[in-house]
Design a protein around this ligand. Structure first.
Ligand code: HEM
Length: 214
């Protein structure tokens, strides 16, 4: 009995620490993207070949970065259970902003910029599929809440957030690969898949093991 209570407390502690680390990751990457793209000339911080592509499609790139950063910034707020329960009306308003001003423009422009992503077909397919699933899970989450199906809404939203989190995991993998000494041209195409496939699988397993979400 005491063992079970201790295990429950340490699982909760782990979950709470994990949530804080994830929230800091979301806010940190959103802030990095907003500052880097507002304060520096377009493409100043990326590979020269990416810079050329970005400059040729600047409206799409700026739309993608600022809309996606807004979505990323709203994730910790929307997932905070206490805030959501106390301020249900604000959760709905922030949810509309997340979908209409974040995921929709961020995903459509992401799908567009994926067509000229650095790394050729592997990157184009990786990012395109990510954009389609990001938009698709958002549409299904919205549809389920319009039908009053809260459990389905939560499940679709958690899958959607796992994909939003690709912005954080992508930068983690970039850091790891840079440190490993593997050339950027070699690893970048694979990072376009690695940044979201494990996130989505982990969330799908988490949801499958919890038929009822609390
Ligand atoms: C989840 C769906 C997303 C898709 C499909 C997507 C797709 C892309 C693509 C194709 C590029 C161009 C990369 C290249 O030319 O090789 C890019 C760049 C970028 N994306 Fe996203 N992205 C997504 C989410 C996000 C989010 C949530 C953020 C939040 C900050 C973000 C921020 C950026 C930034 C800052 C860049 C410029 C590259 C850099 O400075 O690292 N993206 N994205």
């Amino acid at each position: 009995m005491i063992g079970t209570i201790r295990a429950t407390i340490s699982t909760r502690r782990l979950q709470s620490t994990g949530s804080w680390v994830a929230a800091i990751g979301c806010i940190g990457i959103a802030a990095y993207a907003a500052i880097a793209y507002a304060a520096f000339p377009l493409g100043a911080l990326v590979h020269p070949q990416m810079k050329l592509a970005f400059q040729g499609h600047s409206v799409a790139i700026y739309t993608h970065i600022f809309a996606s950063a807004l979505a990323l910034l709203l994730v910790p707020l929307q997932l905070a259970a206490g805030w959501r329960r106390r301020h249900a009306a604000w959760h709905r308003r922030a949810g509309r902003v997340y979908l209409a001003l974040g995921v929709l423009p961020g995903g459509l422009s992401g799908l567009y910029v994926a067509q000229f992503a650095f790394g050729g077909d592997v990157s184009t397919w990786g990012f395109s599929l990510l954009a389609i699933l990001w938009l698709g899970t958002a549409a299904l989450a919205y549809r389920s809440i319009r039908h009053g199906d809260v459990p389905a809404h939560r499940r679709w939203m958690l899958l959607n957030v796992a994909l939003t989190f690709a912005a954080v995991t992508l930068r983690l993998y970039l850091g790891l690969f840079f440190a490993s000494g593997v050339p950027f041209e070699l690893f970048y195409p694979w990072v376009s898949w690695l940044c979201w496939v494990p996130n989505l699988l982990l969330m799908a397993v988490y949801l499958a093991r919890r038929p009822v979400l609390r």
